[in-house]
Design a protein around this ligand. Structure first.
Ligand code: NAD
Length: 503
């Protein structure tokens, strides 16, 4: 059985047919590709063209998760013993291999998730940068030497891996988010069970193959496809010492409840409802460009997406006209075609969530200025396309202004002045990113101090933070150590101290 028998793709980076029982439904446990023990599968279609059936993937059970956890547990002592420098060398090789495979992997990301080819390439590049950065930590992951209270003594601290970790990821960055969890987990000496979203099962399989080809031994990195059943088993298993999760607030809270009784660690990266403030002294052209990039890039499906523009009312119309002008230039279409700038949303549920949010906002008194419907015709295949949508006069406390939509739907909220804009920006339960456009230096520094959000931007788009910066939110957007930077090792490692006498 070969990959091409079960997936309608040719992926020369996965093992060729005949080398072993190769990717049946893309679980990877103890160094072998396998199906679920139950034999159950779920189908996955291309959101840009529903006639393009990508494949049937393992609908894994709790027993599959247990098998993967067992494999990870067995592999952990030897992986820990290898040391950070050698583990870092393996990660360097993974970064090189992923660079070589960029076109194949970007195509898979685009095909299963719906982001444009350019966005998918950007995502692979970001994954490469993060793996490389993490590999370098192999020679930097240090502890400290401290003063001793006694004569002829020394005090030291160092890090130990926490053990087996569960990595549970969403569909919107199906390659970069798994990469920024797997790389620090492995570098630290943890072994891992990765559980990707059922809406993006292929990208993580390609990534696991990269790490395996780079030399990660059997059992160190395992992959279990599926949804709730393997995910909740990972959260509940006493052998899993920590869960790094990215996804919705509701699931994050369920994981927190499941892990709390045994004091397992969690790192939760959750939703967002991000504000971009525009004051009347701002450069409105660059603000409009940043708004369109932040709100409609990746069809608005980013935790840091610009979903609220909070604008000083005196310049609202001048700004909105500029935004509408730019939206008219977006090219909706097949995300894998060069030149497309707006792809579909990921599935029917997401499209319906966008349409419901728009209808509710209009009923609540908002004014629809662009879009608002499913996009069809004009050469589009049957897919989950949503028109880029702008609503103005959105009340700051309405549902649209308070709840995450996760699609190409932008609300514009009026503010009286800087203080009012900050109050509105901070009025939501989330705190992922915050952005301000102004030329007033005092307002810039006041905003940096007053935003209740993790990732802040000034006079630039509210998305696209750099790979070496910590990735985190505030309030209900985040719990636990930030990701991507050296801070992430606070999740994957625990500290030891020793007092050493040499009389
Ligand atoms: P989701 O919460 O529905 O699913 C995320 C993952 O959790 C999936 O792999 C899913 O199968 C798994 N899962 C579902 N139920 C589970 C359970 N009970 N126990 C364990 N695992 C379970 O999220 P999604 O729809 O895939 O992603 C969109 C959400 O992710 C949005 O809210 C978005 O803001 C958020 N997100 C946050 C960040 C960040 O860094 N803060 C980044 C990207 C996406």
């Amino acid at each position: 059985m070969s990959i091409t028998d079960t997936l309608s793709v040719t992926l020369d980076v996965l093992p060729p047919a005949g080398t072993e029982q190769v990717p049946l439904q893309l679980n990877f446990i103890d160094g072998h590709w396998s199906a679920s023990e139950s034999g159950a599968t779920f189908p996955k279609a291309n959101p840009a063209d529903l006639s393009d059936h990508i494949g049937d993937f393992a609908d894994s059970t709790a027993a599959d998760a247990d098998e993967a956890i067992e494999a990870a547990k067995r592999a952990q002592p030897a992986w820990d013993a290898l040391g950070t420098i050698k583990r870092g060398e393996i990660l360097y090789r993974a970064a090189e291999l992923l660079t070589e495979r960029i076109e194949t992997v970007a195509d898979a990301v685009s095909r299963e998730q719906g982001k444009t080819r350019a966005e998918a390439r950007g995502e692979v590049k970001r994954a490469v940068d993060i793996i490389r950065l993490t590999a370098g930590e192999g020679r930097r992951l240090h502890g400290s030497t401290l003063p001793a209270d006694e004569d002829r003594s020394l005090a030291i601290t160092w890090r130990k891996p926490i053990g087996v970790v569960g990595l549970i990821t969403p569909w919107n960055f199906p390659l970069a988010i798994p990469a920024w969890k797997i790389a620090p987990a492995l570098l630290s000496g943890c072994t891992a069970v990765m559980k990707p979203s059922p809406l993006a099962p292929l990208s993580s399989a390609l990534l696991v193959q990269v790490f395996t080809d780079a030399g990660v031994p059997a059992g160190v990195l395992n992959l279990v496809q599926g949804d709730f059943a393997p995910g909740s088993r990972l959260s509940e298993s006493p052998d899993v010492k920590g869960i790094s999760f990215t996804g919705s607030l509701g699931v994050g809270l369920a994981i927190q409840k499941a892990t709390a009784p045994r004091l397992a660690r969690t790192q939760l990266e959750l939703g967002g409802k991000n504000a971009l403030i525009v004051l009347e002294d701002a450069d409105l052209d660059s603000a409009a460009a940043a708004i369109v990039a932040g709100a409609f890039g990746q069809a608005g499906q980013r935790c840091s997406a610009t979903s609220r523009v909070v604008v000083q009312a005196s310049v609202r119309e001048s700004l909105v006209l500029r935004v509408l002008d730019r939206i008219a230039q977006l090219r909706i279409g097949d995300p894998r075609a060069e030149g497309t700038t707006l792809g579909p949303v990921v599935n029917e549920d997401r499209l319906n969530a966008c349409l419901t949010a728009v209808n509710q906002a209009v009923a609540d008194g908002a004014v629809l200025r662009a879009g608002g419907r499913r996009a069809t015709g004009g050469g589009l295949a049957e897919g989950w396309y949503m028109q880029p949508t702008v609503l103005t006069e959105v009340a700051w406390d309405s549902e649209l202004a308070q709840e995450e939509v996760f699609g190409p739907v932008l609300s514009v909220v009026d503010a009286e002045d800087f203080d009012d804009a900050m109050r509105i920006a901070n009025s939501v339960k989330y705190g992922m990113s915050g952005t301000i456009f102004t030329n007033n230096r005092a307002h810039i520094f006041d905003a940096l101090n007053r935003f209740e959000a993790g990732m802040l931007h000034v006079n630039r788009p509210g998305v696209g933070a750099w790979p070496h910066l910590p990735h985190m939110g505030a309030k209900l957007s985040q719990y636990g150590a930030p990701e991507c930077s050296e801070q992430t090792f606070e999740f994957y490692t625990e500290w030891r101290s020793a007092c050493i006498a040499f009389p």
